[in-house]
Design a protein around this ligand. Structure first.
Ligand code: GLV
Ligand code: MN
Length: 195
């Protein structure tokens, strides 16, 4: 979903003081092989989090060599029962492959139709751009997946934290009305996210 590049590469200078739609290029004379390789997805993440799943990001911020090239990749580690919670990527379609374990992968369309399937090692999925989706580890052991995006910075709108953990908080009145529940329940949910 990103625009096409206008040159072979444009390794991001993340420290540039100018602001533009993307990142300026590091001077070519300073570019080395290391700019085009990244080992940030090589390690299993510690999944003792509230969701029991952790996304390790291989995007333009962590891997500046991706700048302007229109692609990126994540690693997602799951504890047994772990959930990568419902979220959407405003700037990219996502594809993914399960490496280990069993994942229930699902997304919901703008017409409110839910599509899902349980996948095991070697099986792939696709999440159309912008749609809300999740992955749940439904196997006995841990699970691992890699995901790929047609943006160097897909962005992620994580539904539970977007709605219940924003600084500043969304007024309870809005959330109580939206979910048709009372104020106390909204406070309970907010408290789970430390807000
Ligand atoms: C999985 O959904 C991911 O965004 O990496
Ligand atoms: Mn995703």
């Amino acid at each position: 979903a990103d625009p096409d590049p206008l040159q072979d590469f444009c390794v991001a200078d993340l420290n540039a003081t100018i602001s533009l739609n993307g990142f300026p290029c590091k001077p070519a004379a300073l570019v080395t092989s290391d700019d085009f390789f990244f080992d940030g997805l090589s390690k299993e993440a510690n999944t003792t989090t509230i969701f029991g799943a952790v996304v390790s990001l291989g995007n333009v911020i962590t891997f500046p060599g991706l700048n302007t090239l229109g692609i990126s990749m994540n690693r997602v580690d799951f504890a047994p029962g772990g959930l990568n919670p419902p979220h959407s990527h405003p700037r990219a379609t996502e594809s993914g492959v399960v490496i280990e374990g069993k994942l229930l992968v699902g997304f919901i369309t703008t017409n409110n139709v839910f599509y899902s399937k349980v996948l095991s090692a070697g099986q792939m999925f696709v999440i159309p751009r912008g749609l809300v989706h999740f992955q749940l580890n439904v196997g006995k052991g841990k699970a691992l997946a890699f995901t790929a995006f047609n943006s160097h910075l897909p962005g992620a709108v994580v539904v539970p934290t977007t709605l219940f953990a924003s600084p500043p908080a969304i007024p309870n009145q809005v959330l109580a009305k939206a979910f048709q529940v009372d104020n106390d329940l909204i406070n309970t949910i907010k408290s789970k996210f430390g807000s």
